[in-house]
Design a protein around this ligand. Sequence first.
Ligand SMILES: Nc1ncnc2c1ncn2[C@@H]1O[C@H](COP(=O)(O)OP(=O)(O)O)[C@@H](O)[C@H]1O
Ligand SMILES: [Mg+2]
Length: 343
Amino acid sequence: MKIAITCNIRSDESEKFMEWDEYETIEAIEKGYINLGHTVQIIDCYKSDIENEIKKFKPDIVFNIAEGLSGEKRESIVPELLDKLNVPYTGSGPKTLINALNKAKTHKLLDKFNVPNPRYYESKKPLKKLPENFLYPVIIKPLFEGSSKGIWDKSVVHNDKDLFTVSESLISKFNEQPIIIEEFLTGREFTVAVIGNEDLTILPVVEINFSELPKTANPIYSFEAKWIWDTKEKPLDIFTCPAKLNAELKHEIETVIKNAFKALSCRDWARIDLRLNSLGKVNVLELNPLPGIIPDPKANSCFPKAARAAGYNYEKMLDLILKTSLQNKYNTEKMKKKAKKNN
Ligand SMILES: Nc1ncnc2c1ncn2[C@@H]1O[C@H](COP(=O)(O)OP(=O)(O)O)[C@@H](O)[C@H]1O
Ligand SMILES: [Mg+2]
C-alpha cells in the first residue's frame, strides 16, 4: 500500500513550532510502515505544495499528523484538502479538529451530549472579577492552543488580582486570542489513548503524578512541567501506566471516554485528558485527535506509552491505527468512489 505521511517537522526549539513533530518521530513512522511492507512518502506540509505532492505520489491513504501553524483552523487544513481530493486519511475530519482545538467548542459539544466537563467561561477581555457561579480557584487558558502552551504554573488563580494579571498577559502574548477560564478540578488526572470507531479499544489509562513536580508547583501539567522541568536528559517520572483504578472508576472512565469520542465525532484514534472533581467524578478536560507519538520509550509520550502497556510496540500501534482507519466509513466511501471512477 502507498502511504503518505502529512506532517509538520520542527526545525528549531522556538515556542512557535512547539506542537510540531521532531524529525525522529516522522522517521520512526516512516520506518514502521516500511517494515510493515508499505511504500512511504513524507510530505512536510510547511515546505511542500501538499496538493501537488499528493497528486504525484497518489497514496492509497495518508497518515495525517500535520498540526498546522496558526489560527483555530490550523489542524483542519490538510484533512479538508484530502477530502476535496477524495484521498483517505487516518484520524479525525476537519470539523472535529476545529472543535477539539477550540476549548469552548469542545465544552459545548460535551454539554450537548451530557459528558461531564468543568464549568467554563470564554472571554476576549482580561477579567477583573469572576463571572457569576464561579468560585476560586480557577484555571485560565488560551482558547485554542495545545501542548500546554499558555498554561503556566501561575495559570491557577485564587484572587481577582491574579485573575486580571494572568488573563491580561495571556491575551497579549497570544495576539488577542480569547481566553477560557475553567473551574479548577482538584482530583486525580488521567490521559487515555483510544483506537477505533464504533468499537473503541481503550488502551491502559495513564495517570499524571503531580508529586513529581517541584514542591511549590501547582498540581497541573503546565508548560513548565512539560517543557522545562521534564527534559530528555533528566525525564520526570510523571506518568504511571497502567493507573491504579478500582473497578468502579475504570468503568466510569471507559463510559466517559466513549461518550466524549462520540460527542466530538472523532475517528480512528485520539487521546483524551480527564480529571476528577472534588466529588471524585470523572470530567473531560480536552480531546487530542492528533496525539503526539514520540517513539523513544524514555520520552514522556502518553499514546505510545499506553500502547506499549497493552503489548503493542510502535510498529503494531501504527498498524492498528492504519487498519482501523481503512475500515472507517469515510475512507471506505472514498475508496468506492475512486474504484468507480477508475472503472
Ligand atoms: N479545569 C481544569 N482543572 C484542573 N486542571 C486543569 C484544568 N484544565 C487544565 N488543567 C491542567 O492543565 C493541563 C493542560 O490543560 P489542557 O486543557 O489539557 O491543555 P493542552 O491543550 O495544552 O494540553 C492539564 O493536563 C491539567 O493538568
Ligand atoms: Mg491536554
